[in-house]
Each structure stands twice: as C-alpha cells, then as structure tokens.
Design a protein around this ligand. Structure first.
Ligand SMILES: Cc1cc2nc3c(=O)[nH]c(=O)nc-3n(C[C@H](O)[C@H](O)[C@H](O)COP(=O)(O)OP(=O)(O)OC[C@H]3O[C@@H](n4cnc5c(N)ncnc54)[C@H](O)[C@@H]3O)c2cc1C
Length: 401
C-alpha cells in the first residue's frame, strides 16, 4: 500500500489569488497547506488608505460573494464606480461609459488590497481544511511522479498531490521549476498614492492618456481618490521626491484640473511595470496562478481579476478530476486548466499592450486615428454596451457558495 500525502494541495502565496484559491479548495473538501513569507496584515491605523488598490470586476465580486468574503470587505470599505471617463492628452478624443446604459448599478468597485486580503483571511481562519504556514519561506521543492514535497525554512516538510505557485510576479516556485517567462519591460513605473481633490469624484474612474503613460484617478470613500500614474522611471522618481505642494501642482496640471485643487496627499510609492506570460502554466504536479503566471500593465486594472479567473478555472478542473477519481496533479488534468486560461490571459495581455502602445505614440496619423476612434466609439451606444459587458467580466466559472 502506498502512503497518501498529508495534503491534497500546497498553495505557496497567500495574497489575493492564493488566499481565494486555498479557501475555495478547502470548501470543496481538499486538504490544503497555505504558505506565505509574511503573516497577513489584518489591522491598520484608521487614517489614510492602502496605496495599493484594485478595480474589482463584477465577475471577481461574484467570486468573493461565493466565498463569503464580500460582506466583510463591504463592512470594511469599498467604493463603487458607476462611470468611466477616458480622454487623450494628444487630441480631443473622449470616451465615457455609464453603468446606467447597461442597466447595472455600477461598473465595478475600487477596493484597497489590504481590505481584499482581510476579507479572504477572515474566512480562511474559519476553514478547517486549510492549514496556514507563515511567516516562512519555502527552501526546497521536489516534484516526483506521484507527489510534490516542499521543505520550509523552519524545517517543516509538506507533501501533497499538487503544488500551486501563487507567489506573485517574482515567483520562487516558478524559478525553482525552471519555467521561463516571455515578455517585455515597459520603460515605465507606476507612481501610486492617494489624494483628496477639491471636487467630488462623482463615483467615476478617470483616466487621462498622456504621451508618457496613463494617469488614473480612482474613486475611494469620502471623496478621496487613488492615483496610479504610469510614467518614465526618472519622471516617477522626481514626482516621488517632490514636496507636497509641488507634487499637487504637477498632478493637477497632468489631470487638467478636472477635479480642482489637490488637498491631502498620502505616501507615494513606485512599482515597476512589466508584461509577461510564462512558457508553461503547469508541469506534472505543479500549476501557476495569478501574477506568478502572467503580469499585465495596470491601465485596465485587470491583473487580480485575471488571477481570480485562473483560480476559479483551476478549482473547477480539480473538482471535476476529484469527482471522477482522476489524479488532480497529473499533466492530463492540469493541461485543461492551462489551455483554458492561456487563451483568455493572452488576449487580454496583447490587447492591453496594444492599447498602451497606441496611446504612447507621437505619430500624427496614429494620434488622429485613436482620437477619431474614441469619438466614434463614444457615439455608438451598442458598441459601448458591449465593451461594458466585457469589462464586467461575466464569464468567470461559477463557484459554489
Ligand atoms: C500600480 C498597480 C496597480 C494595479 N491595479 C490593479 C487593478 O486596479 N486591478 C487589478 O485587477 N489588478 C491591478 N494590479 C495588479 C494586481 O495588483 C496583481 O495582479 C495582484 O496583486 C496579483 O495577485 P497575486 O495574489 O497573484 O500576487 P501578489 O499579490 O503579488 O501576492 C503574492 C503573495 O505571495 C507571497 N510570496 C511571494 N514570494 C514568496 C515566497 N518566496 N514564499 C512564500 N510566499 C511568497 C507574498 O507575500 C504575497 O502574499 C495593479 C498592479 C500595480 C503594480
């Protein structure tokens, strides 16, 4: 008789995607070990906002609702956006999306990353099938024909039928598995902060495309906005180093004073921007999800939404395999997940990359075409409705509550 490994799945990375996956697997009866280098942050001072926020689509909201994490996030604080207003600094092209045009109450929600993590981890604390291991890093990993094993820095040895890397863009699991990535660095970083503009944001996600990169004002509670300003690294470094008055002036000018004077400003931080996709999402006994498998320019706010779609797809594939008494870690089982997600993720990665390049060109003909495109699209309601339905992201697999 062969010894069964103690766990069905080891998930490395308890961020937004890994925590959601571990929780969903636990609910389906899988025994899960969840490992993270850091303990989750569940408390913070009442003043200010997390500088990292995510635009969460309706599809991702449904994932959180199914997991029971949504009411916890709502009770903490979330901000709906009912409109999107996008315009081009290199012309007069404007496009405006209104949720009322598709009979929806909103187009999504802006949520602080720490609120999302708190919602998921509060539920995880109640899930007996998930055993947490943090703060600790994995030190050695082995993938054999029948199982996978992971040795943690404190000497703990974990064994399972499947290992999932949800450990972010610089994934240690991916590197250990020797899976290469294909992509490109933008010569851009994102300068992020939060501010209080003089005028109310009107529950609108605002985005202005400058030649140096997009600048977004995303609505938070109490009239505050989260800022994501993608620009050249030297420019971002200057913006970060400026005193508050000077920074406020630069921000107002870059945003064409749309919401008036900038009053309060939070801490500023920079994040490098890359787009890549891994050569493989899976190996026998291994699957990658979220940023470990792909990263995307934040201009359309899709990164974590794609990761949650990965997680819901993998869950469905593993649950079906378990029901049919197939091996959840076999290449045949995992191949279905890879085929499913690679196609979706690649089309989004390429679309966002094309969009970003189109808006950073100085070429007069392309500039003229993109402004015309924005204006024409803005006047065709059925097309706008279609784009909004896509943006809601309704095609994520259903998760049982
Ligand atoms: C400026 C900016 C704005 C963005 N805006 C949006 C947006 O509006 N909407 C959106 O959908 N996406 C957005 N994104 C993308 C989004 O933040 C990422 O896609 C998302 O964080 C990926 O989640 P993840 O769980 O896969 O990885 P991560 O959030 O990176 O989590 C990885 C986890 O793994 C752990 N870990 C890492 N290494 C190890 C290790 N060796 N051992 C153990 N644990 C480890 C970490 O501690 C962490 O908990 C934005 C990104 C940027 C940079």
């Amino acid at each position: 008789m062969t010894n069964q490994p103690e766990y069905d799945v080891i998930v490395v990375g308890a961020g937004m995607v890994g925590a959601a996956l571990a929780l969903a697997l636990g609910r389906e009866g899988f025994k899960v070990a969840l490992v993270d280098a850091h303990a989750p942050q569940l408390e913070w001072p009442q003043d200010g906002y997390d500088i990292r926020v995510s635009a969460i689509t309706r599809a991702s909201q449904h994932v959180f609702e199914s997991l029971g994490a949504w009411p916890i996030m709502q009770a903490e604080r979330i901000s709906p956006y009912r409109d999107m207003h996008v315009w081009d600094a290199g012309g007069d092209g404007v496009i405006h999306f209104d949720s009322a045009d598709i009979g929806e109450p909103d187009l999504g929600h802006i949520i602080e990353n720490r609120v999302i993590v708190k919602g998921l981890h509060t539920c995880l604390a109640e899930e007996a099938n998930v055993t947490p291991f943090w703060p600790v890093r994995p030190q050695a990993m082995t993938l054999s024909e029948t199982e996978t094993s992971l040795v943690l820095a404190d000497g703990t040895k974990l064994q399972a039928r499947l290992l999932v890397g949800a450990d972010g863009a610089r994934s240690w699991i991916r590197q250990q598995a020797g899976i290469s990535v294909k992509g490109w660095d933008y010569d851009q970083v994102a300068l992020v902060t939060w501010v209080k503009p003089e005028q109310f944001h009107q529950e609108t996600a605002w985005q202005r495309f400058l030649a140096t990169g997009p600048l977004a004002f995303l609505p938070l509670t109490e009239g505050y906005c989260s800022i994501v300003w993608s620009t050249a690294p030297e420019h971002a470094a200057q913006l970060k180093a400026m005193d508050e008055d000077r920074f406020a002036q630069e921000l107002q000018a870059a945003f064409e004073n749309k919401l008036g004077r900038i009053d309060a400003i939070g801490p500023r931080a920079m994040f490098p921007l890359r787009t890549f996709e891994t050569q493989h999402y899976i190996l026998p006994r291994l699957a990658l999800v979220g940023d470990a498998a792909h990263t995307i320019h934040p201009l359309a706010g899709q990164g974590v939404n794609l990761g949650l779609a990965d997680m819901a797809s993998l869950l469905q594939v593993l649950t079906a395999a378990q029901q049919q008494r197939r091996d959840i870690g076999s290449e045949t089982t995992l191949r279905r997940y890879e085929r499913w997600r690679r196609a979706d993720n690649r089309s989004m990665l390429l679309a966002m990359d094309g969009f970003k390049r189109l808006f950073s060109t100085d070429q007069a003909t392309l500039r003229w075409m993109r402004n015309l495109g924005l204006k024409l699209t803005d006047n065709v309601l059925p097309l706008k409705r279609f784009i909004m339905q896509q943006a809601l992201g309704k095609d994520v697999p259903h998760i049982h509550s």
